[in-house]
Design a protein around this ligand. Structure first.
Ligand code: PXP
Length: 242
């Protein structure tokens, strides 16, 4: 299991004062030193946290892999093709949302055409492609038909659920991951994962990558980013040995 650390919210603190600290790129370096397998950043169309400069600098300095999250918006897609990170994950975006609320809508021919054309453009630039989708069989099948390399299963509903309903959400994630693997996809997961809820997800055998941001950055404010990443990495890597 690879652990990608999402550093968007280091940039959120910086943008709160429109200054130059804390620098998310420095945070990325420390996260790598603490054992992150990769760094995730979401370059939003509204630039509310990560800025173009952050992605450019990260591309020059990262020693691990960069996963760029982006919406299927031509300005951002062209920048992704120019910078050519190892991986690009297409996500839905709405200006009024606090965070990514659901997986990509792959339910209509028009949506499939738009996502398919964006994937073609990213592939031309030799970028590995991933789609952020809800953990439903239909969405996994639609993603596979688009010829994508990977899917990232949205773990938000799992994270928000309590008790028995959390177990149901975990089973749904497990079934979607198994189908993805059967269809030849790499299967990732993320959103809303915390130190408290990550272990059952990290234990799912068909998942190979997790992307975790808010919980790690929140803990980093209190204990430092190296310790916060190390502690999350221990939970993620230990999950399958229990
Ligand atoms: N994966 C995707 C596609 C996301 O959009 C986000 C949030 O930016 C994450 C993972 C990380 O979510 P969180 O910050 O809740 O860990």
């Amino acid at each position: 299991m690879r652990l990608y650390i999402n550093i968007d919210h280091v940039a959120t603190v910086r943008q709160a004062r429109l200054t130059d600290e804390p620098d998310p790129v420095r945070a990325a370096m420390l996260a790598e030193l603490a054992g992150a397998d990769g760094i995730t950043v979401h370059l939003r169309e509204d630039r509310r946290h990560i800025q173009d400069r952050d992605v450019r600098t990260l591309m020059e300095t990262a020693r691990t892999a960069v996963n760029l999250e982006l919406a299927a918006v031509s300005e951002i897609v062209e920048l992704a093709c120019e910078l050519a990170p190892l991986q690009a994950t297409l996500v839905p975006e709405r200006r009024e949302e606090i965070t990514t609320e659901g997986g990509l809508d792959l339910s209509s021919a028009a949506r499939l055409r738009l996502v398919g054309a964006t994937l073609d453009r990213l592939r031309e630039a030799r970028v590995r492609t991933s789609l952020f989708i809800d953990p439903y069989q239909k969405a996994v099948r639609a993603a596979a038909q688009l010829g994508v390399d990977a899917v990232e299963l949205h773990t938000g509903e799992y994270a928000n659920a309590l008790g028995g309903s959390r177990d149901e959400q975990l089973l749904r994630l497990e079934a979607a991951a198994a189908l993805g693997r059967d269809l030849g996809l790499a299967v990732h997961a993320g959103h809303g994962l915390t130190y408290e809820n990550v272990t059952p997800v990290a234990a799912l055998a068909d998942l190979e990558e997790l992307s975790i941001g808010h919980s790690v950055v929140s803990r980093a404010v209190l204990v430092g980013i190296e310790r916060a990443v190390r502690e999350m990495a221990e939970l993620v890597r230990g999950a399958r040995t229990h």
